[in-house]
Write a protein that binds this ligand. Structure first.
Ligand code: FAD
Length: 353
């Protein structure tokens, strides 16, 4: 266990933004994680759990309390069952499952961050979400001060959401267990239309695992969605806003706005999202509201490769980031009547301030 005081947090985030933490503890074992959490709770010290820092917006004033960096390691494969320690690097774990010939998380290649954070927002991309393969999550429960095992159902997964996000102060994830599939070296059925098109197959077909992973990585790289320290388009938290899910009534009002602003013939993206709900595309809304790729003149701009990513061009502060985020939210709201919601977790700041 390593302990630092007045430690800068910006280098621990993919945005490279945020002030220092009063104390920064790096824990390499589950016991060290639990000790650090208990010590903070015993003294009423605020706690911030950090994995890879790829979904965090930390305020410029930093964090008054204990920042706990999870650096545990563990990749255990037993047949088609996989157990990952929370601190495992997610994209490396995906590569290892593909090399082992197992399907289920190959399309989640290239997503930065730690395995332990994947259940928090039910990480997903290119037609896969971790909720489809997670069997259970071992976590330290700060309310009962005990280690618990939550089944997939108990994790209450939904689109970019879970029980862990609903109760953000309660659980510290220690281990995540997955049920993968041995499909003779083939991927899970390809669900995402863009991936299927690039692979030259029909949605629902399977392809060699390595090809699925490499195709996703190439698509992601083209959108600045694979970390590259040299490329400011990747100094981000990935998608900054979630795709809005609208009721029938809300969708009808939105549709009317679209016709008014963009003409009668324009149809907004619309995907089924459960009984009576439709999901639309945040990237489309942002673009059509006038915030196109590369938008901005300051140190934070929209990525030149993807409308949904806000990026630090090098000299930014979190205040700069929030200013652009608020401008986008207001512009989309004025145009389409929809309020975008940020995907990354904010610490000490809020878009609503
Ligand atoms: C370039 C880029 C592309 C991205 N693409 C995608 C994508 O395609 N799909 C997607 O879903 N996300 C994507 N993301 C977002 C991000 O990578 C994921 O949300 C990732 O799971 C965050 O992991 P992390 O370890 O970095 O979490 P952090 O940023 O460190 O933390 C995020 C939240 O999880 C909490 N947390 C972290 N670890 C634990 C733990 N062990 N126990 C309890 N709480 C914990 C933190 O306290 C915080 O609230 C992208 C980000 C970037 C920068």
């Amino acid at each position: 266990m390593q302990e630092l005081h007045d430690a800068p947090l910006a280098p621990l985030t993919t945005f490279r933004l945020g002030g220092p933490a009063t104390r920064l503890i790096t824990a390499g074992t589950d016991a060290e994680v639990i000790d650090a959490v208990r010590a903070a709770d015993d003294t009423g010290t605020p706690l911030l759990v950090i994995g890879g820092g790829s979904n965090l917006v930390i305020g410029d004033k930093g964090f008054e309390g204990t920042a706990l960096r999870i650096a545990t390691r563990g990749f255990e494969l037993d047949g088609t069952r996989l157990e990952l320690a929370a601190g495992e690097v997610w994209t490396d774990a995906v590569a290892r499952t593909v090399a082992a010939g197992l399907a289920g998380i190959e399309c989640l290649a290239g997503i930065p961050g730690s395995a332990g954070a994947t259940p928090i927002q039910n990480v997903g991309a290119y037609g896969q979400e971790v909720s489809a393969t997670i069997t259970d999550v071992v976590a330290y429960d700060r309310a009962t001060r005990a280690t618990v095992t939550l089944t997939n159902e108990e994790c209450a997964f939904s689109y970019r959401h879970s029980r862990f996000k609903a109760e953000p102060e309660r659980y510290v994830v220690l281990r995540v267990r997955f049920q993968l599939e041995d499909a003779d070296g083939l991927s899970a059925p390809v669900k995402y239309a863009e991936t299927a098109r690039v692979l030259g197959v029909e949605p629902g077909d399977r392809v060699p695992l390595a090809r699925a992973r490499e195709t996703v990585l190439a698509l992601r790289a083209g959108k600045g969605m694979v970390l590259d320290p040299e490329d400011h388009d990747t100094w981000s938290a990935g998608s900054f806003f979630t795709n809005p899910i609208l009721t029938e009534e809300q969708f009808a009002a939105f549709h009317a706005c679209v016709r008014e602003h963009l003409g009668e013939g324009t149809e907004p993206p619309a995907y089924p999202a459960g009984e009576g709900h439709t999901k639309t595309s945040a990237a489309w809304l942002i673009d059509k509201a006038g915030f196109t790729k590369g938008y901005g003149s300051g140190p934070v701009r929209i990525s030149t490769k993807h409308t949904l990513a806000l990026t630090n061009r090098g000299e930014a502060t979190t205040a700069d980031l929030l200013a652009l985020a608020r401008e986008v939210v207001a512009g989309v709201h004025d145009t389409f009547g929809i309020t975008l919601v940020n995907e990354p977790v904010t610490v000490g700041v809020s878009l609503d301030d």
